[in-house]
Design a protein around this ligand. Structure first.
Ligand code: MN3
Length: 239
């Protein structure tokens, strides 16, 4: 009987300790990670872009690739925690002003974080954010026709050697222009060959399309038009 009671007390004590430990952990995790960059949720379900971009690709792309850029960005800033307080846009626009030992890591991982967060936002479920007449006119004014715009964008996507991104950007003059960048670079970075505000992008890294399209990047770029959030593109272009 005494033995049983002791066992019971012992077990209770152990359980209590574990609970305390868990409580401390739950309190500490947000404190320790305070200010660090976090993975944003997708603005739609993983299957929302089906059949053009499949749910498995979205899971791997968001939960693994994008998440890895986040954790590597946080790791690369560990030596300079004051940088966690900055806006990511501020950081990636002025990589040349960062300590030299982290510039490459922040360019690659900060670019990866920014580009993916942006990419998710300019897509939407098929048919839910069609192109308005206003945006159509803007594209015609800039590129001659919507088809010519799409053809030039697809060319930027397919002719980018290796990994990178195709972009529609707005130049300071208001002119729209199509460019492509290598790796996780983007047109906001200080060393971009052509600078401008991104209003549309397509990830042309193989991880973005290989499961469904294998080596057919051109087919992926064509399918992309079905999932563009034209409402958001128009909003970003503004006046
Ligand atoms: Mn990607």
């Amino acid at each position: 009987m005494i033995q049983n009671l002791q066992n019971a007390n012992f077990i209770n004590f152990k359980t209590m300790k574990r609970q305390n430990f868990l409580t401390i952990l739950i309190v500490l995790i947000p404190v320790l990670s305070f200010g660090q960059f976090k993975l944003p949720d997708l603005p739609y379900r993983y299957s929302a872009l089906e059949p053009y971009i499949d749910s498995t690709t979205m899971h791997i792309h968001h939960d693994l690739h994008h998440a890895t850029y986040i954790s590597n960005l946080n790791k690369s800033l560990e030596k300079y925690p004051e940088l966690y307080k900055k806006e990511l846009l501020q950081i990636i626009q002025h990589i040349d002003q960062l300590p030299t030992d982290i510039q490459t890591a922040v360019k690659n991982n900060g670019g990866g974080v920014y580009n993916h967060s942006f990419f998710w936002k300019i897509m939407a479920a098929p048919g839910t954010a069609p192109m308005s007449a206003v945006l159509e006119k803007r594209l015609i004014d800039n590129f001659g026709s919507v088809d010519a715009f799409k053809a030039e964008f697809e060319k930027a996507a397919t002719s980018r050697f290796g990994s990178g991104w195709a972009w529609l950007i707005k130049e300071p003059s208001g002119k729209l222009r199509i460019v492509s960048t290598a790796n996780q670079d983007n047109p906001l970075m200080v060393d971009a060959i052509v600078k401008g505000i991104p209003v549309l992008t397509l990830d042309v890294w193989e991880h973005a399309y290989y499961l469904k399209y294998q080596n057919k990047r051109a087919a992926y770029a064509k399918a992309f038009w079905n999932v563009v959030n034209w409402t958001e593109v128009e909003r970003l272009i503004g006046k």
